[in-house]
Design a protein around this ligand. Structure first.
Ligand code: AMP
Length: 181
């Protein structure tokens, strides 16, 4: 665990968006300038030894942290979005969420062959979203060199879905067997 201070700014909201889900609400952390900077810096530091060309952020909260990490690393930022949001031609992947199903889209020209990509999101839960993001990156012949999350719900085993070839790091891991790396 990095520190007890910013972790206290992650709020558990029971039964949102559906019964039985404990939603990790990061808005109190985002509301605190020092905590937001700490989170972006800490995630960027985890990738400091990983040569990369782009940061992908997953809509919506992944945009906030992903863009901050991209800024810190001096890399371009690529948004992966929910269906119908991107204006240009898109690639699409369907996947399972912890609480339902969803699709993820990327512009067809968002990534180039051979580019090394870091994926950033707020929460790694079942890993379906991150696995879909990996699939989208790979469909453009780019390569995922790392995935970083503020929070990992380790008891859901999401990192296993990303495979050994994708190093996963998280700042706060709950109930995981792997723990943050
Ligand atoms: P998953 O695909 O199951 O790994 O879910 C990850 C995505 O869903 C992330 O984009 C999260 O923002 C969101 N998510 C899933 N579970 C939670 C949770 N318990 N609290 C907050 N966000 C969640």
């Amino acid at each position: 665990m990095e520190s007890a201070w910013p972790e206290g700014l992650i709020r558990d909201v029971p039964d949102f968006p559906t019964e039985g889900i404990i939603f990790k609400d990061i808005t109190p952390l985002l509301d605190d300038g020092d905590a937001l900077r700490w989170a972006a810096d800490a995630l960027a530091d985890r990738f400091s030894g990983t040569p990369a060309d782009r940061v992908v952020g997953v809509e919506a909260r992944g945009f906030i942290l992903g863009a901050a990490v991209a800024y810190r690393l001096g890399l371009g930022f690529v948004p992966f979005r929910k269906p119908g949001k991107l204006p240009y031609s898109t690639l699409s992947v369907d996947y399972q969420l912890e609480y339902g199903t969803a699709s993820l889209e990327a512009h067809t020209d968002a990534l180039s062959s051979g580019q090394r990509v870091l994926i950033v999101d707020d929460v790694l839960a079942t890993g379906g979203t991150a696995a879909a993001a990996v699939e989208l990156v790979n469909s453009g012949d780019a390569e995922v060199v790392g995935a970083g999350f503020l929070i990992e719900l380790g008891f859901l085993g999401g990192r296993a879905r990303l495979g050994n070839g994708c190093p996963v790091t998280s700042l706060f891991c709950y109930g995981g067997s792997d723990g943050p790396s």
